[in-house]
Design a protein around this ligand. Structure first.
Ligand SMILES: *Cc1c(COP(=O)(O)O)cnc(C)c1O
Length: 474
């Protein structure tokens, strides 16, 4: 399997782009073609999932995209990443049906209680394997608005050869998220608190990576959702959820997925699963008040905003979705020239691009299955209350966003991706229903631990200096 950047660079192999992250031309890597799966294959996988579990399915899906790691090694990587004892449920990704027939796909049973664990755990194992094989080290530079950071840090903790530098916007994460990250006490995990918002952090990561000499000298890598291996890991749970739901609903069920969206990573994996032939009827993109992507999917105009509003679903407070370019690449017929024109020329000159007249955009719904909606703060509170009053427990604000949009737009059998445990956002849960969510045993006392952070101005040079000092200090 060969990989190319959305702006043309390549071909590259899987393990090269694994360590490289962003392509040298500023684009994002994608496989040259998507492998296809048919009904017979899905039937085989359905039996496999029931008999051998999630890790076995993960291996079967991942190997379709990876030909430069021996099969037996790759199997071990998947088994370690998705060992059931790392998850709060033996199914790893269980599905449950609500009383109104909506299915919840539980993606937050991992170590940091957010769906990002699903990708990060595989990434951690892949990094450890490949760095060991090459005798190399990697300095991961990432940006987080909350869940990416803790998920990456727990997944990379103790992995030989891996250091993590994680940028987060000062004061923008929930108390629980901050405690989760900042309580990690390990010299290889550096939490950098930036005087800015999440988009600033993301811009710093891009700017530091754009310094090719620095990137090479310090062997910088990425764990942000621009890393292809994260998307690859996420394809697996669409397959698993689809298999489990059609097992219950019958093989003719038409399943749509509603996805709470920020950086477009989660739903991009759904798009790829659909392109591979998984019979997903519809992909429903749900945003909060930061609805740049909803605007694109309803009007054809993509106009990133200067900053993101702070909302009660903070992991979706993003105005420039870093994975969106991958989808647009597919939308415009996989043309690197066209993609470059839109994301480099048009965005730089005009600050927006408009595909409303493009034939591909007009077929968005039929050909690509996409529809989009958004929720407000009030909608999320109402949804959390409605679910609670129906006796179905608590959902976090991101999942509530998707439940709200799914109600309006979902077609057929509706599956909603649950992306975090409510305990991560207890302030909002308390505002909605007046009770504080139960804290799983493993998170008790987190806020009382000492915090380990470095403060930095909103400036790429300051971040480079922190990396230089840390690496020199070892
Ligand atoms: C990251 C995150 C999202 C958004 O996912 P993207 O892949 O960035 O679109 C939604 N909900 C939660 C809880 C998250 O952590």
């Amino acid at each position: 399997m060969r990989y190319f950047s959305t702006r043309g660079a390549g071909p590259r192999r899987f393990t090269d782009i694994l360590l490289e992250g962003l392509a040298p031309d500023g684009g994002l890597y994608l496989p040259e073609t998507y492998p296809s799966v048919d009904a017979a294959q899905l039937e085989v996988w359905s039996r496999l999932l029931r008999r051998d579990g999630y890790a076995a399915l993960a291996y079967e899906v991942v190997r379709l995209f990876v030909d430069d790691i021996p099969d037996e090694d790759l199997r071990g990587i998947c088994e370690r990443a998705y060992a059931p004892e790392k998850f709060a449920h033996p199914d790893v990704v269980p599905v449950t049906e609500m009383s109104d027939g909506t299915w919840l796909v539980h993606l937050s049973n991992g170590p940091s209680a957010a769906f990002k664990d699903m990708a990060m755990l595989l990434l951690g194992e892949l990094f450890a394997y490949e760095l060991g094989r090459r005798g190399q080290e990697l300095n991961i530079l990432g940006a987080t608005s909350g869940d990416t950071g803790s998920s990456a840090e727990y997944a990379m903790l103790g992995k030989p050869g891996v250091r993590v530098f994680m940028l987060s916007p000062a004061g923008r994460m929930s108390e629980f998220q901050q405690a989760q990250m900042f309580s990690i006490d390990d010299p290889a995990i550096v939490n950098i608190v930036v005087d800015g918002v999440f988009d600033d952090c993301q811009d710093i990561v891009k700017a530091v990576n754009a310094d090719a000499a620095f990137k090479a000298d310090y062997s910088l890598g990425a764990v942000n959702s621009i890393n292809w291996a994260r998307l690859l890991a996420q394809i697996v749970y669409y397959v698993a959820a689809w298999l489990r739901i059609t097992d219950a609903e019958g093989p003719a069920a038409r399943v749509s997925f509603t996805v709470p969206t920020g950086n477009f990573g989660n739903i991009a994996a759904g798009h790829i699963a659909r392109e591979m032939g998984l019979p997903i009827t519809q992909l429903v993109l749900a945003t909060n008040e930061n609805n740049v992507l909803e605007e694109f999917f309803t009007t054809g105009v993509y106009r990133p905003r200067p900053g993101a509003l702070q909302t009660s679903s903070p992991s979706m407070d993003i105005s420039k979705a870093s994975n969106f370019e991958r989808f647009v690449f597919d939308l415009v017929g996989r043309s690197p020239e066209r993609t470059r024109e839109l994301f480099v020329d048009r965005l730089q000159a005009d600050g927006f691009f408009d595909l409303s007249g493009d034939p591909a955009f007009l077929r968005l719904r039929d050909r690509f299955g996409f529809v989009a909606g958004h929720s407000t703060h009030a909608d999320r509170l109402t949804t959390i209350r409605r679910v609670h009053e129906a006796g179905e427990g608590l959902v976090d604000p991101h999942t509530a966003d998707a439940l709200h949009v799914a109600r309006a737009l979902g077609e057929g059998v509706t599956a909603v991706l649950e992306t975090a445990l409510p305990v991560k956002f207890s302030e909002t849960i308390e505002a909605a229903v007046g009770i504080v969510p139960d804290r799983p045993e493993r998170f008790v006392g987190l806020e009382d631990k000492r915090r380990h952070t470095v403060e930095a101005p909103n400036d790429p040079e300051a971040i480079k200096e922190i990396i230089r000092r840390t690496v020199a200090g070892d």
